[in-house]
Write a protein that binds this ligand. Structure first.
Ligand code: NAP
Length: 256
């Protein structure tokens, strides 16, 4: 396993990084949490399931000795990001956080940033038709909403839903035309989202802008201190290049 890169995944960026590393001849292993019933799999080898917290991940790093870890998990996957920082520090394994930038409002947007899902639930309590796109985790904090609530998630939530909820099981990317049609059909008057960033799920923001509907965005959790952070796959590849992960004898690899 020498020279291998462990990519903590579950995002489009993680899949793009794994594909680029494989194309460059780098031995890569992608890791998924196993939360989604039918995950979109990256190219190349994949392991699925938690490591057992920071200690479990540190043990895994000690056993498998990857040359580097790229934490390309979702911006809201705070636990695994914290575990990666602790475990990589403990093992002395180079760690990079690959995290896409958050969304920024334009002049025609009516956005309100809040600190938590609970705060978002308070803000939208007075609306008649809420479009909830925060994913199934934590959706229970919206259970007391009195109005109509369209809940969209990849897999069915296990937490209680509001009395007026309609569940829509779907996975992005979503087109602007589809988002507009959905929001018109349901007479949505407010959208709730995490500030996930990225292009795959941003059409709902453009649709809200076009319909003049407000959006409530939950702010991202803070990143652990002292971890190198990049925003793009290209930057992650540049960071990895300086570790020179190509196999010995590979063309262009400098002699040691
Ligand atoms: P989380 O709260 O940070 O993680 C919960 C636990 O799941 C972690 O402590 C870890 O278990 C395990 N885990 C998470 N990501 C893992 C990975 N890539 N490989 C192995 N184990 C992992 O994460 P989450 O918010 O539940 O997200 C789970 C997965 O879904 C991540 O891969 C993330 O990229 C993806 N995802 C999350 C969101 C979101 O909104 N949170 C959205 C889209 C995709 P142990 O402690 O046992 O190691």
């Amino acid at each position: 396993m020498t020279g291998q890169v462990l990519v903590l995944g579950g995002t489009a960026e993680a899949r793009a990084l794994a594909a680029a590393l494989l194309a460059g001849g780098v031995d890569v292993l992608s890791s998924l949490a196993g939360r989604v019933a039918e995950p979109v799999l990256p190219e190349g080898p994949v392991r699925i399931g938690g490591f057992g917290g920071a200690t479990g991940l540190a043990d895994w790093l000690a056993e498998h000795r990857p040359r580097a870890v790229v934490d390309a998990t979702h911006p809201f996957a705070a636990q695994i990001t914290a575990s990666a920082a602790t475990a990589a520090t403990e093992r002395g394994t180079p760690l990079l956080r690959l995290q896409r930038p958050g969304w920024t409002p334009g002049p025609d947007d009516s956005w309100q940033f809040v600190e938590s899902l609970t705060a978002a639930a308070r803000v939208v309590a007075g609306y008649r038709s809420v479009f909830l796109t925060t994913g199934r985790q934590g959706v229970g904090v919206f259970a007391a909403l009195p109005g109509r609530v369209l809940v969209r998630s990849v897999d069915p939530p296990t937490e209680p839903l509001p009395a007026g909820a309609t569940l829509l099981l779907d996975r992005g990317p979503f087109s602007l035309a589809d988002e507009l049609a959905l929001m018109r059909e349901r007479a949505v008057d407010v959208v709730v989202t995490k500030d996930s960033g990225g292009h795959l799920t941003e059409a709902k923001l453009a649709a809200a802008r076009e319909l003049g509907i407000p959006v409530v965005l939950v702010r991202r959790p803070a990143l652990p201190d002292g971890v190198a952070v990049v925003a793009t796959v290209a930057e992650a590849l540049t960071w990895l290049e300086q570790l020179d992960l190509r196999p010995p004898g590979a063309p262009g690899r400098p002699r040691r």
